[in-house]
Each structure stands twice: as C-alpha cells, then as structure tokens.
Design a protein around this ligand. Sequence first.
Ligand SMILES: Nc1ncnc2c1ncn2[C@@H]1O[C@H](COP(=O)(O)OP(=O)(O)OP(=O)(O)O)[C@@H](O)[C@H]1O
Ligand SMILES: [Mg+2]
Length: 349
Amino acid sequence: MPQISFKNINITFKQKDKTLEAVKDVSLDINKGDIYGIVGYSGAGKSTLVRVINRLQVPTKGQVIVENKDIGKIKGRQLRELRHKVGFIFQHFNLMNSRTIADNVYYPMFNTDTKNRHARVQKLLNLVGLTGKENAYPAQLSGGQKQRVAIARALANNPSILVSDEATSALDPKTTQEILQLLKKINRELGVTIVLITHEMEVVKSLCNKVAVMNAGKVVEKNNILEIFSNPQNKLTKDFINTTNNSTNAIETLSKQAKFKELAHARRLFQLTYLGESAEHPFIIDLYNKFNLSASIIYGNIEFIQGTPLGNLIVAIEGQLQSIDAVKKYLLDNQISLKEINFENINVK
Ligand SMILES: Nc1ncnc2c1ncn2[C@@H]1O[C@H](COP(=O)(O)OP(=O)(O)OP(=O)(O)O)[C@@H](O)[C@H]1O
Ligand SMILES: [Mg+2]
C-alpha cells in the first residue's frame, strides 16, 4: 500500500466569471521512505496539489488516501492527527520573528508536557545542527539556519511525512546542498517520507528517488530517477534535464567552432547515453571490431545518480556507416542509446 495516494485529483478555483483548473486528473502513489520530487514551472499546480495531503486544500474531485485513510472522510480529532503527521517547510521559512528559536520549534508541539518539550526542542535543534542557538532570534540567523529552524519545527510532532515546498529556492548553492543533505539524513535516520517540490532538476537529481513532472495542472511524466534521467519521454522533462546536463552546452559551444563545423560535415556525430553496468561495456572498440567504424570522443560526461553511473558521450564517427539501424540495435542490446546530432540546427534528432 502506498503511504500517500492521489487518485484522479482535480482542483478548480472559481473566480468571478471563470474557473481555473489548477490540478487536472492527477494520480500519484508515494511510498513510505520515498523522497518524491514534484517538478514544474511556476503555476504548474505543485503547491496546490500537495496541500491536499493534509486537507489544507480540498480537492474538487478525486480521492486522497494517507496511511490507509480516505482523508475526505475524516474530521475532528482524526483530522488533527493527520495534520500532525504531515510537516511542511517553505521557501520563506515563516518563522515568528518575535520568538526565540527554541520557542519557534516549541510552538506547534502537541501533547507534550513542559519538561519533555524542552528535551525535545534540544534534540531537534541538535538534529538540524543548531545546538546553542536556542535563545537567538530569527533575525540573528542566516537563511540556511532559518530553514534549519523551520525543519526542526516541522518535525516537532514526529511527522511521518515532510512536504518541502521550494525550501531551498531562497538559498545559495552551498547552503542548498547543506539543507538537502539534512533532508536526506531526516529521511534515512527518521524514516520520514519527503515530498519535495522544486523547479530545479539539480535538486531532484541530488536527492529524490522518484519524480513527477507537472505542466499546467497535469502530471506529464512520472518515474524513478534513473529512468527519468536516462530515458526521458516528455519534451518538458527533457528540457528540465537539459538544465542539469552539460552535453547541451557542449553541443552549443562546439557548434560555434569552425573546426567542428568542418568535422560535422566530414563525419556523422552521435550522442551516446548509457547507464549502470553498460558503462563497463567496451563499445568504442566494438564499433571498430563489429562495424569497422572509428569513433572519436568529442565530449564526455559521467555522473552518478543514486550511485549508478550515467554517461553521456558525443562522438564523431568515421568509416562506412551503411546501416545506422544495425549499430543502433547492437548498442541498444547493450543498453546504450544512440542519437544522431544535427550540428547545423543544434538538434539531437
Ligand atoms: N486560492 C487560489 N485561488 C485561485 N487560484 C489559485 C489559488 N491557489 C492557486 N491558484 C492558481 O492555481 C495555479 C497553480 O498554482 P500553484 O501555486 O499550485 O502553482 P505552483 O506550481 O506551486 O507554482 P510556483 O512554482 O510559482 O509556486 C496558478 O494558476 C494559481 O494562480
Ligand atoms: Mg508553489
């Protein structure tokens, strides 16, 4: 059973003379322990969608199941319990500026006596790396530290789900990485499921195990992270991946160089993408041995996604390339994908 299940969710907002469909027929399953990314441009419906998890937003249509409960049917005490199960963090931290750090974390605590509350605040501040800041005020902290307070506060009631809505968007890249590492630690050590909204694919790549891409209220693609990065289907997914992938930049840079224009006329250029164990396959030599083709590497990038290597190479191929289909099939049998690059239009066909 998934921990969170969105079933055919529609959310419409009625304005004076028109209705706005913010979320359109979204179905998603999020399992316990997932760090599930929801990525999309501004206005895609990400925040509206996740607000249904604790009924901050009621869906116009559809069903939301959280930990086996149809949350459209609960109220009163059960609804309060659900709300304690789900912690939220946001881009702008939303701290209470007139209260100390300890009080900010303390504030939402429910059902805890004063003595235990104090110990719990200490434990949470320790977890987020802010021991010693109990008596400071939010204005005395950096953005990264403020977000750490917000995370401690979101964890105050031991939630099983943490929703992070653009929590790193206001932070610099180094601080972003530190906060992402903290979220990873919370996921691993406390077993908290994380739903992570972002418009940055880089964030998804470094943290999530699954991702859904949203556009204009719809989920246009969803998959595990390796599949998404190695074999994206939707145009928008490809655009998002290109923002984290240097090969597009490399193609653009190369296309401006006269030397490579010549090369592109003389030879055919291909982009090879491979994943995991296929990285061990000596395919450059195979191209020569099996097809009498010599491939020179013009650009190469190998990165690790969830511990698995994902390689991107741009190669120029020389030789009698009679049947590209046979080469393609051979490579595909070894889990290597091959796409021809048209340098004239800087397009990967
Ligand atoms: N309470 C509301 N009333 C009317 N329209 C709303 C309301 N909340 C959201 N919307 C509209 O729904 C659409 C989706 O908004 P949402 O905030 O979910 O987008 P988002 O993907 O989170 O965007 P961003 O990345 O900018 O945060 C937008 O067109 C927004 O204007
Ligand atoms: Mg939003």
